[in-house]
Design a protein around this ligand. Structure first.
Ligand SMILES: Cc1ncc(COP(=O)(O)O)c(C=O)c1O
Length: 405
């Protein structure tokens, strides 16, 4: 019998275990305060009413809901996705260009398979979503970072990155960006910057994959229209119900430029035939028969309250040399230790004190030493967030003052 690893493809051999996996294992320990996972708050959902809908889906519509469905998704859900996108600022999306996916993670995966050859560059924000990095790694794409500030991608650097890759003769599969309340940085890209990013990509002939799970979760402000709103043909846009309804249903969608539509859903079908039908029907019911926008507004208000509690406690307890950014929406606080402090080893010290966070290294392709860390407030009640900070602060403060000099 050959070594088990001999059975693996080169692609699978290259898959790395992310630091986040360790974090999630630690987060499962009873009594631990987890500031790690980007889980939504579900307490506001009308669970009994949804339960009656779910029962009806099987008891009365089982011949439909338990059968194979269309690869592109149900027409009803594609229409409902257009309503959600309109609330995001994408007016008049064509449901024929919507492909339902099992979550936007599957949309990222299909985009990577559809657009990337092994060895191609995918340009990503520094930092970016760990799930996207894992997918790009799996498809042997080379994630090339470009710098960001508190308003997301910095256009001048993006231009330079794309020009450099062109000069090196590299094929750029696409730019992957999360312009609204990014994971992990919380950054919100202003409208003018979105247009500039689109202009640069058009000039460089680079397609944009825009991932927008958090756009409607601003604490005070209306959503900034996605890049796809004004640049439809240049953008493969990904939406999801995971953060505004429920991640367990595994329902997202792609709004695909017409020229890519056929290949996009053929690629998707080859992976999973069709998105899960009962989930599509439940998501459709939520988006058409319930006050989903009221739910989103109440969630955003709760996230704002949680974020305030977390930031207030961090500011009260952390050494002022730890820089904490309060986001204007989304699920995450992104913070930075002084230069030279790597947060990855601190994760274990924090876990020993009963609190977990995600170190910045998880959000970069090289995973090297990184002074940042991400704290998720979305799923944790304010008083528990405060307890988490009480446990975390001594670990971080010791690392700051223990530095040479
Ligand atoms: C930026 C981003 N994209 C995609 C996802 C995955 O979403 P889904 O549950 O729709 O697959 C997440 C989840 O945390 C995310 O933060």
């Amino acid at each position: 019998m050959a070594e088990p690893s001999a059975f693996l493809s080169d692609r699978a051999r290259g898959v790395r275990q992310s630091a986040v996996r360790d974090v999630f294992d630690l987060a499962m320990t009873p009594g631990v305060v987890s500031l790690a996972g980007g889980n939504p708050w579900l307490d506001d959902l009308p669970l009994e009413d949804l339960g009656r809908v779910a029962e009806g889906l099987v008891a009365r519509q089982g011949h439909l809901s338990l059968q194979y469905g269309a690869g592109q998704g149900t027409p009803e859900l594609r229409d409902a996705a257009c309503t959600v996108m309109a609330a995001d600022g994408i007016e008049g999306a064509d449901p024929d260009l919507v492909v339902v996916t099992p979550g936007s993670q599957a949309g990222i995966d299909t985009a990577a398979r559809l657009l990337g050859n092994p060895g191609d560059a995918v340009v990503v924000e520094d930092p970016t979503f760990v799930g996207a990095l894992n997918t790009f790694n799996t498809w042997q794409l080379d994630a090339v970072t470009t710098p960001t500030d508190e308003e997301g991608l910095i256009p001048a650097f993006l231009r330079r990155t794309l020009q450099r890759l062109r000069a090196e003769g590299r094929r750029v599969a696409f730019l992957y960006t999360i312009p609204s309340y990014a994971n992990p940085s919380g950054a919100l890209m202003p409208a003018e910057r979105r247009d500039e990013v689109a202009r640069i990509c058009r000039e460089e002939g680079v397609l944009i994959v825009e991932d927008n799970p958090y756009g409607q979760l601003g604490f005070d402000d209306a959503p900034v229209p996605p890049i796809a709103a004004a640049h439809r043909d240049q953008v493969l846009y990904l939406g999801t119900v995971s953060k505004i309804f429920a991640p367990g249903v595994r329902i997202g969608w792609a709004l695909v430029p017409p020229v890519l539509l056929r290949e996009f859903y053929l690629c998707a079908e080859s992976a999973y035939i069709c998105p899960p039908v009962p989930s599509q029907m439940l998501a459709t019911a939520f988006l058409t028969r319930f006050d989903w926008q009221g739910h989103v507004a109440r969630c955003a208000a709760e996230y704002a309250r949680r974020c305030d509690a977390l930031v207030e406690e961090l500011e009260a307890r952390l050494d002022p040399r730890v820089l904490v950014t309060r986001p204007a929406g989304g699920f995450f606080v992104w913070a930075r230790m002084p230069d030279g402090v790597d947060t990855a080893p601190l994760m274990h010290a924090a876990a020993a004190e009963g609190v977990v966070f995600v170190p910045g290294a998880a959000f970069t392709p090289d995973g090297g030493p990184d002074p940042h860390f991400r704290l998720a407030f979305s799923f944790v009640a304010p008083e528990v967030l405060r307890e988490g900070v009480r446990r975390l602060a001594p670990v971080l403060n010791a690392a700051v003052s223990g530095r040479p000099g």
